[in-house]
Design a protein around this ligand. Structure first.
Ligand SMILES: *Cc1c(COP(=O)(O)O)cnc(C)c1O
Length: 404
């Protein structure tokens, strides 16, 4: 017998973990996309109406972005070759950051590899053991990880509860240490908007740093897609704005906006910036083209909202729980169909897929236990007839399964 085969597998416990998921009905296989990320596309050999992507404006396949990526690849190659601080800062990276800063009406911007690293890298660089973070209970996982990495004390407030946030701020106001108040602009699982005016006022009252993660609202809310800060009229009152280049912008990346000093501090201290290679030229070029499109082609955002209003209204009329009772009501193109039970949600998702609709089931731990859902996101590129067909399928399968 070889040494290898007699060795006890130290990872054997994972089989039990996976079997537990199977027993619960929340085990999943990855669905594989065989063509472009589009409103109608092919997963696992089946053509489906796609209600699962974050491709709000359809920019993943926009000709101007595609051209920009190809040209950048021809001119500058496929990789940056180093982290930003060593040799991996290309002119395209600087151009993108200047463009975003102008768009967001702030002094400066730094781009990270993803929205996840932007949040985690920023919070953990800014705060330390002596500091306090006051955070909405439904903030994104990347914020939570950043908070944990910082080792600051984390005070969670009830979802969108400004009075509770103030209470938390008040409880530490006489203690030394910096205070950071942080909220998603749009919450990714419920599609509701953070109470920015109240939070900004609370941060100002207690001298806290105000930070907003606008991943789901850049390209979706505000003038030409400037996000929730613009939507809520909070320019100049949010110290740190985070956004992603992976959702409405259609490519990949995350960015942080703020004062010049703050951005330069991140150059020196944000660990993903210092220790992970920068974007390939094609990604930076695609993103630059995307911001041009936001400014020159308002039709995509208009269509996104027309589709959103139509789909939300019809979905509600079909009798689905789309939030607003025991969960927040969505105000954006994200519309959850709340099922509750994780297993039933996953079965619903599988049945929908067989009938030609991709609506991904989301269960614990991504959402709380008992709040499992199909999260739907419409995009600007869904046609009216595609949305109608998706609604018809949701209704038919929902009735068959006793969900409506
Ligand atoms: C998606 C998301 C992120 C992460 O962005 P990526 O670019 O995909 O890493 C961060 N915050 C929120 C609120 C998100 O929804």
């Amino acid at each position: 017998m070889s040494l290898l085969s007699s060795r006890i597998d130290p990872l054997a416990f994972l089989t039990d973990e996976l079997n537990a998921l199977r027993a619960k009905g929340t085990y999943f296989k990855l669905r594989v996309l065989e063509d472009e990320q589009a409103a109608v596309c092919t997963f696992d050999g089946r053509k489906v109406i796609n209600l699962a992507s974050n491709n709000y404006l359809g920019l993943t396949t926009h000709p101007k972005l595609r051209e920009a990526a190809l040209a950048a690849t021809r001119d500058y190659g496929v990789g940056s070759g180093a982290v930003r601080t060593i040799a991996g800062t290309m002119k395209l990276h600087m151009e993108l950051e200047e463009k975003i800063a102008r768009f967001k009406n702030v002094e400066a911007c730094v781009v990270f590899q993803s929205g996840f690293t932007a949040n985690a890298g920023t919070v953990s660089a800014l705060l330390g053991k002596e500091d306090f973070i006051i955070s909405d209970e439904l903030n994104h996982a990347s914020i939570i990880d950043g908070c944990r990495l910082s080792r600051a004390k984390i005070l969670v407030f009830r979802h969108k509860d400004v009075a509770h946030a103030e209470e938390q701020l008040a409880s530490v106001k006489d203690l030394p240490g910096k205070k950071l108040l942080i909220s998603d602009g749009v919450f990714s699982m419920d599609g509701d908007i953070g109470p920015l005016p109240g939070l900004c006022a609370a941060a100002e009252k207690y001298g806290a740093i105000m930070m907003v993660d606008d991943a789901h609202s850049s390209g979706v809310l505000g003038h030409q897609g400037r996000g929730t800060i613009d939507h809520c009229g909070m320019h100049g009152r949010v110290d740190i704005q985070v956004g992603t280049l992976s959702k409405a912008i259609g490519a990949l990346g995350g960015y942080v906006c703020g004062t010049r000093d703050f951005i330069e501090f991140l150059y020196h201290r944000a660990r993903p910036f210092l220790f992970s290679t920068s974007h390939p030229p094609s990604v930076a070029a695609s993103c630059i083209a995307a911001f041009d499109v936001l400014e020159s082609e308002p039709q995509w955002m208009e269509q996104l909202w027309a589709n959103t209003h139509f789909f939300k209204k019809e979905l509600g009329l079909l009798g689905f729980d789309i939030g607003g009772k025991n969960t927040p009501a969505s105000e954006t193109p994200i519309t959850p169909i709340i099922i509750g039970d994780g297993k039933l949600t996953m079965e619903f998702s599988r049945e929908l897929f067989k009938e030609g609709v991709l609506g991904t089931g989301i269960a614990f731990p991504t959402v709380p236990e008992g709040k499992a859902r199909i999260r739907t996101i419409v995009t600007a590129t869904h046609t009216q007839s595609e949305l109608q067909q998706a609604l018809e399928t949701l209704s038919r399968v929902g009735k068959k399964m006793g969900i409506v």
